[in-house]
Every structure is written in structure tokens, then in C-alpha cells.
Design a protein around this ligand. Structure first.
Ligand SMILES: Cc1cc2nc3c(=O)[nH]c(=O)nc-3n(C[C@H](O)[C@H](O)[C@H](O)COP(=O)(O)O)c2cc1C
Length: 194
């Protein structure tokens, strides 16, 4: 199949590129649009297309940063409140060019098991990560901050049965990224031939 080497190279050289490595140069919205369009082509059982995204950029990054830091402060007892964590929630998002909040929307009938909808969203996110990498743009899936707090749903205009699955940081970068590391595949696979 033509293109297989290109596909393997894109898959295997993709790395998580974190906000600390981003330059100030914004990522073109057209690249974000291509990432979102490719997300739409992820496999989806019963074609539920459960992925939902909120794209924060410009002042939207600040708005999200203040929301998550405020949520952390208002829901954390003073004895466990961590100022460094709070400051990171304020300063992290604004280092990105775009921050894409990742949501999973359940069918009102809940006809599919939740795990299948999460799996479909994960496939969509991988499509976005690979697209960003193919454009030479850095991206990284984070489940930090207030990802699993129920109020994230409100910010993302999701409903009670839906779930935030994290955020995709996106930014241009100039430094070379560290080489990827993976264990062996053999011990994770069983072949049945008879
Ligand atoms: C569902 C999911 C959640 C993740 N959340 C975090 C996170 O909160 N913090 C973090 O440093 N990395 C997070 N990562 C990125 C992993 O750390 C990263 O993929 C792993 O170290 C392998 O590196 P690579 O992506 O460069 O191959 C997450 C990855 C996935 C798939």
C-alpha cells in the first residue's frame, strides 16, 4: 500500500509536546480545523459520533484558565489547597495557542455501553494528535486540572450523563522533542493459529 511508510513514520514519531515547549507563534486556525475534521472520521459504533470539542484560543484561553483555577479554589478545603497547583491551572492554558476541551456525549437512550463512546472519542483524539504532528505542530492530551469535576460539563455545555475526558494542548514548538519510548509488543499479544 502506498503511503504506509508515511503513515508509520507519522504514528511512530508523534510525541506529546507539552506547553513548556511552545513558542509564542500561534497555530493557524486552518490546522485546528483540519484536526477537527479528521477527528470526525474516527470509527464510531452505531454512528453515534460521541465526540464534542470546545476550542479555546485568544481570550478564550484566559477564560478557561480562570474557570478551572476558580473551580479548584472553590471546591478545595483550605487545608488541602495547593497554591502551586492553583497557579499552574491559571498559567498552563495560556501557554497554548489553542486548547481543545475533549467531551464525550452519551446518547439519551444510552444504547451503547459508555466504554464504547469513550473509545470512539479516544480514536478521534488520536486522529487529532496525528494530524497536528503531520503539520509539524505540537499537541498533548492532558487529564490534569479539573478534568473529572462534574462542573466541567457546564463549562463545556454538556449534560449530566456526558463526560469531560481532558484537554488537548496545541502549540508551535521549535526545540527537538525527546525520542519516544515503548516496551516490547510480544508479551502483550497472543496469536491463535489453530
Ligand atoms: C488519556 C490520556 C491522558 C493523559 N494525561 C496526561 C496528563 O495528565 N499528564 C501528562 O503528563 N501526560 C498525559 N498523557 C500523555 C502521556 O503522558 C504520553 O502519551 C506518554 O508519556 C507517552 O508519550 P508520547 O505521547 O510522547 O508517546 C495522557 C495520555 C492519554 C492517552
Amino acid at each position: 500500500m502506498q503511503g504506509i511508510h508515511m503513515l508509520e513514520t507519522i504514528i511512530r514519531t508523534r510525541r506529546s509536546v507539552k506547553p513548556e515547549s511552545y513558542t509564542n507563534e500561534p497555530v493557524n486556525d486552518d490546522i485546528i480545523a483540519a484536526m477537527l475534521e479528521n477527528a470526525q472520521w474516527a470509527p464510531t459504533h452505531a454512528r453515534t459520533e460521541p465526540w464534542r470539542f470546545v476550542v479555546c484560543t485568544g481570550a478564550g484561553l484566559k477564560k478557561f484558565a480562570h474557570f478551572q483555577a476558580g473551580l479548584y479554589k472553590s471546591t478545595t478545603p483550605p487545608e488541602t489547597f495547593n497554591q502551586i497547583k492553583y497557579d499552574k491551572m491559571l498559567s498552563g492554558p495560556v501557554k497554548a495557542s489553542h486548547l481543545i476541551l475533549i467531551g464525550m456525549k452519551r446518547q439519551s437512550t444510552q444504547k451503547l455501553p459508555e466504554v464504547e463512546e469513550v473509545a470512539a472519542v479516544s480514536c478521534a483524539v488520536q486522529n487529532m494528535l496525528l494530524t497536528a504532528h503531520a503539520y509539524g505542530v505540537g499537541a498533548y492530551w492532558s487529564t490534569g486540572g479539573m478534568t473529572y469535576h462534574p462542573d466541567m460539563r457546564t463549562f463545556m455545555q454538556l449534560e449530566a450523563q456526558d463526560q469531560c475526558l481532558g484537554m488537548l494542548y496545541v502549540g508551535n514548538y521549535s526545540m527537538p522533542v525527546a525520542e519516544g519510548k515503548r516496551g516490547g509488543m510480544q508479551e502483550k499479544v497472543v496469536w491463535l493459529r489453530s
